[in-house]
Design a protein around this ligand. Structure first.
Ligand code: NAD
Ligand code: DAU
Length: 378
């Protein structure tokens, strides 16, 4: 079947993996990467697909309602996978307005354009889908709890029925009340509410997923994993917020992209699915794994760089623990993470070490010239 899908934020970290997966797996689809190219957008993330005939890049702000509406009409768009967002919590603490503008108003502009265009067609919602990618952070924070006398992480099972290591006995499930704490998660929560409102009010065929922390190639080095790999390589201090005891649930980005593919095609309209790896790590333990892996791969004595760990002032409102229960999605649609964390981290560290040029272009700012250089005249 032919389809025309807009993927917003396709030049970012997760979006570039989703674009790559769709362009390679569905050559019969037209894939339009709609991205404003903020500091987080890097078209060099998509060098390997940019010349494929079914791929098109459109530089556009999702807040530009007229532009989005016209693009949908001109291209006969029947699906939207919405990833564009301001995504970094620390930036949201310094500049909340940009987060409200892009994450809330931008999502609203896409929803309204999709609603007006699809509603105007004879078949209306038939064969249409608006898929909104959200985060586990909308649920707030979980506590660190453990059975008396047992040192965390301890073996437990969420409703998945499978045993895994955890730092608490509670998990984020789809029925939880939203309790966002940061301006980033508050803006994402607001956007999720708008998406549901467009289904409930107008019948727009929506689906929402809330995913845990992603890691892997092409992540902007303001986020913990790429920032620390690069700092270890260059023997620069590693700024650990607070005591390093916060817990995150890590998922390899290609597993998230596979999940998005499955849900876009098979997820139920108006549903919410949580996506996570049942893979909780305390920051400080994860950082030690990063140090040991970088040291080993660079032929340094393992642990030589542990002295780079530098405890700094905690992030304001720092959420203690995120832990997703993704069993609903796993049971309904048969998805499983494909990689063990040790494998995923090894692959990720190797990728950043092998792609120093990508990292240098990002840290120097040169990556922002890529669009002018590659797309002038197109
Ligand atoms: P990112 O910051 O790497 O990329 C965001 C992309 O959106 C960039 O290409 C940027 O240019 C684009 N963009 C920003 N504002 C825009 C605008 N106004 N108009 C058009 N494009 C714009 O983000 P990411 O980490 O890849 O996250 C993608 C999505 O997934 C976000 O919605 C985020 O909330 C969500 N998410 C991320 C994670 C994670 O661990 N990174 C986990 C769960 C959910
Ligand atoms: O949970 C999903 C979310 O994961 C996504 O919605 C966000 O877009 C994404 O940025 C990520 O948010 P986090 O705040 O968890 O990710 P970050 O990489 O910024 O931080 C991970 C943990 O590491 C967090 O507890 C803060 C800590 N940290 C981070 C940085 C950048 C440090 O200790 N030092 C640092 O320098």
């Amino acid at each position: 079947m032919k389809r025309t899908i807009i993927i917003t934020g396709g030049a970012g970290f997760i979006g570039s993996h989703v674009v790559r997966l769709f362009v390679n797996k569905y050559p019969e689809y037209k894939i339009i990467n709609l991205d404003k190219l903020t500091y987080a957008g890097n078209l060099a993330n998509l060098k390997d697909v940019e010349d494929k005939p079914s791929y098109k890049f459109v530089k556009m702000d999702i807040c530009d309602f007229d532009g989005v509406y016209k693009l949908m009409q001109d291209e006969h768009v029947d699906g939207i996978i919405h990833l564009a967002a301001e995504s970094h919590v620390d930036r949201s603490i310094k500049d909340p307005f940009t987060f409200a503008q892009t994450n809330v108003m931008g999502t609203l502009s896409l929803l309204q354009a999709a609603k007006l265009y699809w509603e105007s067609l004879p078949e209306k919602w038939e064969g249409k889908r608006f898929y909104h990618i959200s985060t586990d952070e909308v649920y707030g924070a979980l506590e660190l709890t453990h059975p008396q006398g047992i040192q965390p992480p301890f073996s437990t099972k969420a409703s998945s029925g499978k045993h895994h290591l955890a730092y608490g006995d509670k998990f984020f499930t789809e029925d939880l009340k939203y309790l966002p704490h940061s301006p980033y998660s508050a803006a994402k929560a607001a956007s999720d509410h708008f998406v549901r409102a467009f289904h409930d009010t107008y019948g727009l065929p929506t689906v929402v997923t809330n995913c845990s922390n992603n890691y892997g190639p092409y992540q902007f080095p303001e986020k913990l994993i790429p920032l620390f790999i690069n700092n270890i390589r260059h023997k620069k201090p590693l700024p650990v917020y607070g005591k390093g005891e916060n817990v995150r649930d890590w998922l390899y980005v290609e597993d998230h992209a596979r999940a998005i593919d499955l849900i876009f095609h098979k997820g139920k309209v108006a549903e919410t699915y949580n996506i996570g790896g049942f893979n909780e790590w305390k920051n400080i333990d994860l950082i030690k794994v990063l140090i040991n892996t970088v040291d080993r791969l660079l032929g340094r004595a393992e642990g030589e760089d542990l002295n780079l760990i530098t405890y700094v002032t905690d992030r304001a409102g720092h959420d203690m623990r995120y832990a997703i229960d993704s069993s609903k999605f796993q049971k309904e649609l048969g998805w499983e993470p494909s990689l063990q964390f040790e494998e995923g981290i090894e692959k990720t560290v190797r990728w950043y070490l092998d792609n120093q040029e990508w990292m240098d272009n990002v840290t120097s700012g040169d990556y922002q010239k890529y669009y002018e250089e590659m797309y002038k005249g197109r």
